[in-house]
Design a protein around this ligand. Structure first.
Ligand code: SAH
Length: 345
């Protein structure tokens, strides 16, 4: 980014400090903040209750981050929309809109690329390029909301990137996206998904957000998890689960475990039994995801009966389970697929 201030990444307190340092009154900060985060303008000139002088000054000193919609693919099956956005430096990111009865949900990316190396995931194939700024994460929601002309009520940080590998920016995003002077999205409607960076799960617990924490577990033993997720070499499955227990104690929020079923790899009755044993007694929920095959790897989905057997076995052990409805399969729905295909062209 340029040396200018990324004004859309300033929270309201920082906006006040920024403006008072330039001799402006406190109420101006709120006005400008609302222009950016409530009305979602794309230029200072649209801030009609701000003097031309101040508009000009802001234009000189600040960078106003606005994502450019490069492409949108709309699923014929379920109306899911997959967006490809260009950042100011030319990097590309993707975001997804999913339409549910309960509202519109946007899945945002937190980094350009990813360095976690999960074996089944397309986002990580070319490694990490850079972290996204809070403004760039917010903008994904703003542009999609403007595009469809409807309110966005839910957010999941499950796009490309590992949110807890971009901790400060993601935490700032979380407080700004739920701020009543901005998009005002309820924290209870926000989910952060992590591959299990233990120290930052513990830090996040201290922030006392009312968000949902989702853990990408994907295996029922440390050995199997290491095969699918290199991060397990650094933070073992037991450490991850213990951090989850702490997270629940501190926040009272039920943990979601994501488990992508990969045919012949982690989908046996034995796996289900071991998983039940691991998380027994925890206040949690398991989300089973049929793996979305990517062309770079030869992983396949588990058959229907395997999926149902897996679910039944967990339920017999008293565990809450849902099978994630697959959305957007016809539009490169899996993390990182669209961007990757675009870059290859
Ligand atoms: N880095 C975060 C969030 C991004 S991915 C995390 O690891 O949780 C969101 C979820 O989709 C994760 O559970 C991830 O493991 C899973 N995922 C990624 N690629 C997938 C694929 N091809 N099929 C099924 N699930 C996948």
């Amino acid at each position: 980014m340029s040396g200018k201030t990324d004004i859309k990444s300033l929270d309201l307190n920082e906006m006040e400090a920024f403006l008072s340092a330039r001799g402006e009154k406190k109420f101006r900060a709120k006005q400008i903040y609302q222009w950016l985060h409530e009305k979602k303008v794309t230029s200072f000139a649209q801030m009609t209750n701000i003097s031309l002088d101040l508009q000009r000054k802001l234009d000189e000193e600040c960078e106003l981050i606005v994502l450019k919609q490069e492409l949108v693919q709309i699923s014929k099956a379920d109306g899911t929309r997959k967006y490809l956005f260009a950042l100011a430096d030319g990097n590309m990111i993707e975001s997804v809109l999913m339409r549910y009865k309960h509202g519109n949900s946007v899945c945002v990316s937190s980094q350009v690329g990813c360095r976690m190396g999960c074996r089944f995931c397309a986002s990580t194939l070319d490694g990490l390029v850079r972290n996204l700024a809070p403004s760039e994460i917010l903008e994904q929601i703003y542009r999609i909301g403007e595009d469809i002309g409807e309110r966005i009520s839910n957010v999941v940080i499950m796009g490309s990137g590992e949110p807890l590998d971009n901790y400060e920016n993601v935490v700032r995003f979380l407080s700004m996206v739920s701020d009543e002077n901005g998009p005002n999205i309820s924290q209870r409607n926000i989910t952060v998904s992590t591959c299990g960076i233990v120290p930052n799960i513990l830090r996040l617990a201290e922030e006392r957000f009312q968000i949902t924490l989702a853990i990408s577990l994907h295996a029922s033993s440390q050995e199997k998890r290491k095969e699918l997720m290199p991060v397990a070499n650094k933070y073992g499955i037991d450490e991850v689960l213990s951090a989850c227990r702490t997270y629940f104690e501190k926040t009272g929020r039920r943990i979601t475990f994501e488990y992508s079923l990969v045919g012949g790899v982690n989908d046996t009755g034995e796996d289900a039994g071991r998983l039940a044993e691991l998380i027994k007694g925890m206040n949690c929920h398991v989300n089973l995801i049929p793996v979305n095959p990517i062309k770079e790897r030869d992983y396949v989905q588990s058959g229907q009966s395997k999926v149902l057997n897996f679910k039944n076995k967990l339920e017999k052990n008293g565990i809450n389970v849902t099978i994630r409805r697959e959305m957007g399969r016809d539009i490169d729905g899996a993390c990182g697929q669209l961007r990757k295909r675009f870059l290859e062209r």
